[in-house]
Design a binder for this molecule. Structure first.
Ligand code: SF4
Length: 418
């Protein structure tokens, strides 16, 4: 690739980003922000798209079924030179910023299609290259179908923590998460989760990831997932925005909050509750702490994606906004990770309150909600300076959790006085 063609591609990308999302791409200048005191948050989490294809064909997949179809032009399998460059780049970044912890997440498509011997080489290279004093965690997000007993025990040996995507009951799961031949995948996933629950395999069990769907029974979903004894459940709102509103959105209704509240009420106050990241985060924020995810709170995002062709991108969730929304124009073989801090989109996800709309800034729950997930704020032709398209749901959920916590604190204070 010539210097000219790289420069030309970057200019075309900048133009496309400015047209699709004037805020932040036409209005935020990272150089000026730095001059005014903004300090970028280093990248601690690197997602490697080691295999671009998937052995399932889920009907709601935001990679294959969304407006962004860039996966079609990328190699199916990440070549050695790409993952080596990514690892070496992360090691330099960790040294430069004195990072005490980094995490590499093996992702796809379906990462287990990459083959275990390759994964083993990648993880070996990673642990060898990270600077002394930097704790290196390795995670994997899989659909679980290929998690057989030998695979799970190899992942335990390699100290890879696996998150599995499950939708809830067999019926609900199989409605959406089907093979290319149209067969449901719940039986295979349930077998995998039973393997991960075994005491010897628990070190490789990171948790379950589930997309909220108001046409399912929330309590049955929660009980089904809990029965697999995950260390944590991550409930995600389906990716949507003001141009592509959530499927169940109706004026005056809050179906996503209602669903989550039903789960919260079942979960809250249990003597040994399974961890639910969204609720843990909301509770921590209500009590003055910080959030560990992008769904709520104002913590700066320090996560990047390396696509199978070496492109450095923002998180996949942005692909639900418009084609190319996650692109930075950078390549992990050519550019240092620090170069992403010159991207207005990356800066916007690290700015906290400065990246919020006027409506959010005057909202009483802003410190907890944080404007919701960045991808859910997108409005075509304007960009991301908006409240979340889930604003009413977020407000109702946070008010409900807050009221339960306040009532508990009052009860505790009253019983202390007695
Ligand atoms: S509840 Fe709505 S207005 Fe309030 S911070 Fe969240 S998205 Fe913004």
């Amino acid at each position: 690739m010539t210097v000219l063609s790289v420069g030309g591609a970057a200019a075309t990308l900048r133009q496309a980003q400015r047209a699709a999302a004037p805020w932040p791409y036409a209005e935020l200048d990272p150089e000026r922000l730095r001059a005014a005191g903004w300090r970028p948050t280093p990248i601690r989490d690197l997602i490697l798209k080691i295999h671009q294809r998937c052995n399932l064909a889920c009907d709601y997949c935001y990679v294959y079924e969304s407006t962004d179809q860039t996966w079609r032009d990328r190699p199916a399998v990440m070549a050695d030179e790409i993952w080596q460059a990514a690892v070496d780049n992360l090691a330099r970044h960790a040294t430069t910023h004195g990072l005490r912890r980094v995490q590499v997440i093996l992702h796809g498509g379906e990462p287990l299609l990459f083959r275990l011997d390759r994964i083993e080489r990648l993880v070996g290279h990673l642990r060898a290259r990270m600077p002394e004093g930097t704790e290196t965690r390795v995670g994997m997000q899989t659909n679980g179908v290929l998690l057989t007993r030998p695979v799970v025990s190899r992942l335990v040996d390699l100290r890879i923590a696996v998150g599995v995507s499950v939708d809830g009951t067999a019926e609900d799961h199989d409605r959406h998460r089907r093979t290319h031949a149209g067969r449901g995948s719940f039986a295979a996933v349930a077998r995998a989760l039973d393997l991960l629950r075994e005491p010897a395999n628990r070190p490789a069990y990171a948790g379950i990831l589930t997309t909220v769907s108001p046409d399912t029974d929330p309590v049955r979903t929660f009980e089904t997932l809990s029965a697999f004894e995950p260390p944590m459940i991550d409930f995600l709102l389906p990716h949507a925005n003001w141009g592509e509103p959530p499927t169940h959105a109706r004026p005056g209704a809050t179906p996503y909050a209602d669903w989550l509240i039903a789960v919260f009420d079942r979960w809250y106050g249990r003597s040994e509750p399974v961890r639910i990241r969204l609720f843990d985060d909301i509770l921590a924020l209500l009590l003055g702490g910080a959030s560990g995810s992008e769904q709520v709170g104002l913590s700066p995002a320090g996560m990047l994606v390396v696509e199978s062709d070496g492109a450095l991108e923002q998180v996949d969730a942005l692909k639900s906004a418009y084609p190319g929304a996650a692109a930075t124009g950078l390549d992990v073989r050519r550019d240092e990770l620090d170069a992403v801090f010159d991207d207005a989109g990356v800066a916007a996800r690290q700015l906290g309150p400065q990246a919020l709309s006027g409506a959010c800034l005057s909202c009483p729950v802003v410190r907890v909600c944080g404007g919701g997930h960045y991808a859910h704020r997108y409005r075509p032709g304007e960009g991301f300076l908006n409240p979340s398209v889930y604003c009413d749901d977020m407000r109702r959920l946070i008010d409900h959790v807050s009221a339960r916590v306040a009532a508990d604190l009052q009860r505790a204070a009253a019983s202390e006085k007695r």
